[in-house]
Design a protein around this ligand. Structure first.
Ligand SMILES: [Cu+2]
Length: 159
């Protein structure tokens, strides 16, 4: 049943929507998760970045209150050995989700200020060139997790 108040809210929403669409730079963060780890060590956060706009965007930095340093990393094969290296940014193209997953792109949490325990969530702040800052609540999974329940990872490499 539509009360007068909710009818007003609907009317306001209808007016607000087209205006917001004009500078609609935003990024959706899907299924974020991080690995449990001990204080002083490193961990990594993974997620899928979706760009619902028509303009390419780029993740340029990340920060978290639980880590001294947060870097954007990629894995690469180097003579049969898997190595990590920092990357300047992670492109997020419209209609082409960027997948951060074990063995590939990831957000590296370096110098943990405290233990990351399975079952808790940590705050991660992602900064995109166009969408700006996006705050994410990241669930912490087991230390050996490959991904969220029902989405087992494809890579074999761990940190
Ligand atoms: Cu890394």
């Amino acid at each position: 049943m539509i009360t007068r108040r909710s009818a007003l809210a609907l009317a306001l929403a209808a007016v607000a929507a087209p205006a917001a669409a004009h500078h609609d730079h935003r990024i959706e963060v899907q299924e974020p998760w991080a690995r449990a780890a001990l204080a002083g060590r490193t961990s990594a956060a993974y997620m899928t970045l979706v760009n619902p706009t028509e303009t390419p965007d780029r993740l340029v930095s990340a920060a978290s209150p639980v880590a001294q340093t947060v870097e954007l990393h990629a894995h690469l094969h180097d003579g049969g050995v898997m190595r990590m290296r920092p990357v300047a940014g992670i492109e997020v193209h419209p209609g082409e989700p960027s997948v951060l997953a074990p063995g590939g792109l990831h957000v590296m949490l370096i110098g943990l200020m405290r233990d990351l325990r399975r079952g808790e969530t940590i705050r991660l702040s992602l900064t995109f060139e166009k969408a700006g800052k996006v705050e994410v609540e990241v669930p912490v999974l087991a230390a050996g997790a490959r991904g969220p329940e029902g989405h087992g990872g494809h890579g074999r490499h761990t940190h």
